[in-house]
Write a protein that binds this ligand. Sequence first.
Ligand code: NDP
Length: 321
Amino acid sequence: MSAIQENEHVQCLIIGSGPAGYTAAIYASRADLNPVLYTGIVPGGQLTTTTEVDNFPGYPQGVTGPIMMEDLKTQAERFGTEVRFGYATKVNFSKDSGIAHEVEIDGSKTITADTVIIATGATAKYLGLPSEEKFNGFGVSACAVCDGFFYKGQDVAIVGAGDTAAEEATYLAKLCKKVYMLVRRDEFRASKAMVHRVMKTPNIEILYNTEAEEILGNDLGVNGVRIVNNQTKETKELDITGFFVAIGHKPNTELFQGILDMDETGYLITKPDSTATNIEGVFACGDVQDHVYRQAVTAAGTGCMAALEAERYLAARNSGE
Ligand code: NDP
């Protein structure tokens, strides 16, 4: 039997299930666009791997990332969004507004859509060391919240000096005996509040001007890291069993290369004060098009914009404007 299934047509197809995708879904379903949302491989997106979210308005006591994403999903479903587990594998966006856009799901099913809202977010970056790749999943991780548990009572290192690294270092410090924080400059990029939290955690040791040269290990996994002070060039080995990378993210836009306009780092370019891409009826929201703010609340805001713009685009098209 062929894996190809019959085509399905929808008014609004949303790709991605972070705050941008779900907010777009809430607005699109309330506007009777009957949206179908494909979650991608990580339903809920990046926030499902974060701990406390203290800065999303409406949660005075804070909320965990997974609970917030479950709340957003429930809210989108309440208005009729159909949330499906699946991954967009190919797109064929139409340049003619009379012809629907095509999106292939999981390599087996093609959906045609009058409007597509892209909310595919961003993915963690790695250092690019061969040893990092070798031990990925065997002591190397880009998600402290997912994997920190495995290093309970042990010594670990984390690379990075942004809010993610600061947040993950304090998370790891609760589980691990000692956390070395490798900061490549002589200062943090993270907000003052996060740096303060790191500084007052006794079992975090911050190593400034320090970079990882090689992750060391054997068949059992990681057992150390060779670090270098980039000022003095002095090298040293730390005994650790876990090596965490928290150095930022890259937008998930491979699928749209050569199809949608993007900047040199891969972020989708949208029109000024809009989520419209260079193709009519295709909108982009959240971290996939925002390299400046990258917050859950701003992602939700642009998700709302995308749905409103999709609705207006369809209304104008259907009235023959
Ligand atoms: P950022 O881009 O803010 O920070 C990346 C960090 O990694 C920087 O300190 C950078 O160093 C370092 N880095 C990059 N490449 C390397 C490398 N090759 N070797 C060593 N270090 C490297 O990313 P984040 O993921 O931390 O944050 C992204 C956005 O999300 C930010 O806007 C942040 O504020 C937000 N965020 C907010 C949170 C919250 O409010 N609860 C939690 C997490 C993130 P350098 O400084 O030298 O460039």
